[in-house]
Design a protein around this ligand. Structure first.
Ligand code: NAD
Length: 501
């Protein structure tokens, strides 16, 4: 049995408590790995290592920091395949998709390589006679990241490259369901020359998370995960005086107007709904078909769904892998089983799927893809974030009816419109209540130099993640007002509030 241990102060630290969590290979259902679950004392050790490292890292020159990040980028690039294999083994997603995740994480390391440009301050000369004012941004100190299972490499990379490039030190608490990839990311950072203690990984569950939220030496917390936990993280972090950004769950709608190319829309709906088995916070989980295109569109999606190849992620022929756990697979199946009684038409029922040609996958956490049509907004399948390969189709008579439906959702992560009408797309961009909008693009995850974040219950806090918002989140502003008086200059005594002149 492989054991995944902590990475503290630039080296492996074995779990001291004897508490371990199971890590499964979702394709086989076997538990061949365990992960150490940190105690309060082990979290404290990681925070202490980060605090000690901050004493020097916070003042290391930009050129030295950047040189390490460039080297890190090269090492990640050279080790893409290995990281993707770790992801596939513990998460289940297919290798090509895991490689895509690593590539999108690398984008943020590349952003961090250019941090000097982002940290340039502002200077105003002669704001008053002989007086200059400059605005600078400085690191916060020790910051923490808490991440979900569905992107075990990319989501940590949304956080720590920007944080450490800005001069902070970092404690990462990755998902305990697939911990190996983030551990490897930290090892490679040390190999790239990152000083010990700048990036630490503590594995664990609620015990570790709560300690990070309470610890007086943690200045800020970035969280990505489900909405109920995001809300909890935000309130507890604020209670303990910390800066916090907490990204939550989603229910992303794809609106298809009657003038859209329906084959193009159907291809995109399939890719965005069933890619990574629907375990993406930007997955399309609802298609809103406007006007009389519903029957044609549903048929096109169903025809394509029937041809998808589902199997283990390490088989290059597989297009979709299993779900993360057996419990999650059964929960997803429950939404499909309950849909008809709640008024939906079950067009494709993927529950009960078994993988052929791979006897080792008999106990894997597989489920086929499902397509539900005419789903009433009151049905559980519409109201809840299913986080599996279940696509709901809702019919709307008009654009206005469709946008009202989308805007009445509690979530507002991503959304997309499919149309050939530029005016309609422009109206949608302005009217829709979501943080990330695609126009004929189903999964509009922003590139690294823009910021990622949703609205409503998809993000708690004022800053989106990475891009300029990330730099702002991980730094605080300082304004310096300077005067170098001439030797002959006299101020005299004047108790009035200083005026500029
Ligand atoms: P989760 O909320 O269960 O877990 C996220 C993290 O919180 C993990 O590290 C976990 O150990 C920790 N955690 C879980 N329960 C906790 C508790 N009671 N107290 C303290 N910490 C706790 O999420 P998940 O199942 O790992 O990931 C899937 C969810 O993440 C989905 O809802 C998905 O939409 C969301 N997600 C959102 C984004 C985004 O950018 N908005 C991106 C990826 C995933």
């Amino acid at each position: 049995m492989k054991t995944v241990n902590h990475w503290i102060g630039g080296k492996t630290v074995e779990g001291a408590t004897g508490a371990y969590g199971p890590v499964y290979n979702p394709a086989t259902g076997a538990q061949d790995t365990q992960v150490a679950l940190a105690s309060v004392e082990e979290v404290d050790a990681a925070v202490a290592a980060a605090k000690e490292a901050f004493r020097s890292w916070g003042t290391v020159s930009l050129s030295k920091r950047t040189a390490i990040l460039y080297k890190y980028r090269e090492l990640l690039d050279a080790n893409r395949d290995e990281i993707a294999e770790l992801i596939t083994a513990e998460h289940g997603k297919v290798h090509s998709d895991a490689l895509g995740e690593v590539a999108r994480g690398l984008e943020i390391v590349e952003l961090a390589c250019g941090i000097a440009e982002k940290l340039k301050g502002e200077l105003s000369t002669q704001v008053s006679t002989g007086v200059d004012v400059s605005s600078i941004r400085q690191p916060l100190g020790v910051v923490a990241g808490i991440t979900p299972f569905n992107f075990p490499a990319m989501v940590p990379m949304w956080m720590f490259p920007v944080a450490i490039a800005c001069g902070n030190t970092f404690v990462l608490k990755p998902s305990e369901k697939d911990p190996s990839a983030s551990r490897r990311l930290a090892e490679l950072a040390t190999e790239a020359g990152l000083p010990d203690g700048v990036l630490n990984v503590v594995h664990g569950d609620k015990v570790a998370v709560d300690r990070l939220l309470e610890h007086p030496d943690i200045a800020a917390v970035s969280f990505v995960g489900s909405t109920p936990i995001a809300k909890y993280i935000q309130s507890k972090a604020i209670e303990h005086g910390k800066r916090v950004q907490a990204l939550g769950g989603a229910k992303n709608h794809m609106l298809v107007l009657p003038d859209a190319d329906l084959d193009f829309a159907a291809d995109n709906a399939i890719n965005a709904a069933y890619g990574s088995a629907g375990e993406r916070c930007m997955a399309v989980s609802v298609v809103v078909a406007v006007g009389d295109i519903g029957d044609d569109l549903v048929k096109k999606i169903a025809d394509r769904a029937a041809k998808l190849r589902i199997g283990p992620g390490n088989d290059p022929a597989s297009e979709m892998g299993p779900l993360i756990t057996k419990e999650h697979r059964d929960k997803v199946a429950g939404y499909v089983h309950g849909a008809a009684a709640q008024g939906a038409e079950v067009v494709v029922d993927g529950t009960g799927y078994t993988v052929e040609g791979h006897p080792e996958c008999a106990d894997g956490f597989f489920i086929g893809v499902s397509l539900l049509d005419k789903v009433p907004p009151t049905a559980d399948a519409y109201r809840d974030e299913i986080f599996g390969p279940v696509l709901c189709v809702v019919r709307a008579e008009t654009y206005d009816e469709a946008i009202e439906l989308i805007n009445s959702s509690n979530w507002g992560n991503g959304t997309a419109i499919f149309t050939r009408d530029g005016g309609a797309a422009r109206r949608f961009q302005l009217e829709v209540e979501a943080g990330m909008v695609g126009v004929n693009v189903p999964i509009p995850v922003p590139v690294g130099y823009h910021s990622f974040g949703g609205w409503k219950d998809s993000l708690f806090g004022d800053h989106h993640i990475y891009g300029n918002d990330g730099v702002h989140f991980y730094t605080r502003g300082k304004v310096v007002t300077t005067r170098w008086p001439e030797p002959s200059e006299e101020v005299g005594i004047n108790l009035g509030f200083p005026k500029n002149h």
